[in-house]
Design a protein around this ligand. Structure first.
Ligand code: PGA
Length: 252
């Protein structure tokens, strides 16, 4: 049976912004202006230090909370790291894996993304696997090779059931934090290639795996991006820091 399209996912990635106090202030303001959560899934990827505050501040609201990174081990001598088990205990429901800043600033490898996806699933966190090409890779005609390699590396060990629990985020590196956005056609093209690969693994169930677009999503371009073929959500960095802007995107 064909899978119905997933409900749109509007996710905010605060990156290294908002400690507990400013996170609480954001939540207070956001719930005043946010659209109803029926018919959409809203997620906030807060810094780990602020996850408990966000969970408390949003406890009456159906909004998911995520961390931006995890280590693949459950515990141990890994100074500065946090595990999937700890994130779960703090109330997180989701985790970003393989964000381009993790890959390109902190040198995270494809292999590590696979370990992190597995750790997240083992602890009942939903991994949001981020993939995307740099401008050099795009200009060299390597878009498909790069994003499918990243998808394959992180998911090849997963069985069908686990693969269906993932969310994917296509985030072209050249569009992140640059004000430059992929066109809806660019997004649809990349998402179509990812969907094609998922279909090889999952058949009709591939339609049930949400693929989010990320990279300079703003209130004025969210609607057209969300309307593009195979785009089931957006992952928003800069514009998710302002409760009004994020609410406008969620309403799009
Ligand atoms: P941006 O970031 O919206 O600021 O471009 C997106 C992301 O990195 O997830």
């Amino acid at each position: 049976m064909a899978e119905p399209s997933p409900t749109p996912v509007i996710a905010g990635n605060w990156k290294m912004h908002k400690g507990p106090e400013s996170a609480r202030k954001f939540c207070r303001e956001f719930i005043q202006v946010a659209p109803p959560t029926t018919g959409r899934t809203i997620l906030i990827f807060a810094p780990a230090l602020s996850v408990c505050t966000v969970r408390e501040a949003l406890s009456e609201h159906r909004i998911g909370i995520g961390v931006q990174n995890i280590h693949w081990e459950d515990e141990g001598a890994f100074t500065g790291e946090l595990s999937a088990a700890m994130a779960k205990e703090a109330g997180a429901t989701h985790v970003l894996v393989g964000h381009s800043e993790r890959r390109h600033v902190f040198g995270e490898t494809d292999e590590q993304t696979a370990w992190k996806v597995a750790a997240a699933l083992a602890h009942g966190l939903v991994p949001v696997l981020c993939v995307g090409e740099t401008i050099e890779e795009r200009k060299a005609g390597r878009l498909e090779e790069v994003i499918l390699r990243q998808l394959h590396a992180a998911t090849t060990e997963l069985d069908e059931r686990d693969l269906r629990r993932l969310l994917i985020a296509y985030e072209p590196v050249w569009a992140i934090g640059t004000g430059e956005t992929a066109t809806p056609a660019d997004a649809a093209d990349a998402h179509g290639r990812l969907r094609g690969r998922l279909r090889e693994r999952l058949g009709d169930h591939a339609a049930g795996v949400p693929i989010l677009y990320g990279g300079s999503v703003k209130p004025d371009n969210a609607r057209e991006l969300l309307a593009a073929e195979d785009v089931e959500g957006v992952l928003v960095g800069g514009a998710s820091l302002d409760p009004r802007d994020f609410a406008k995107i969620a309403a799009a």
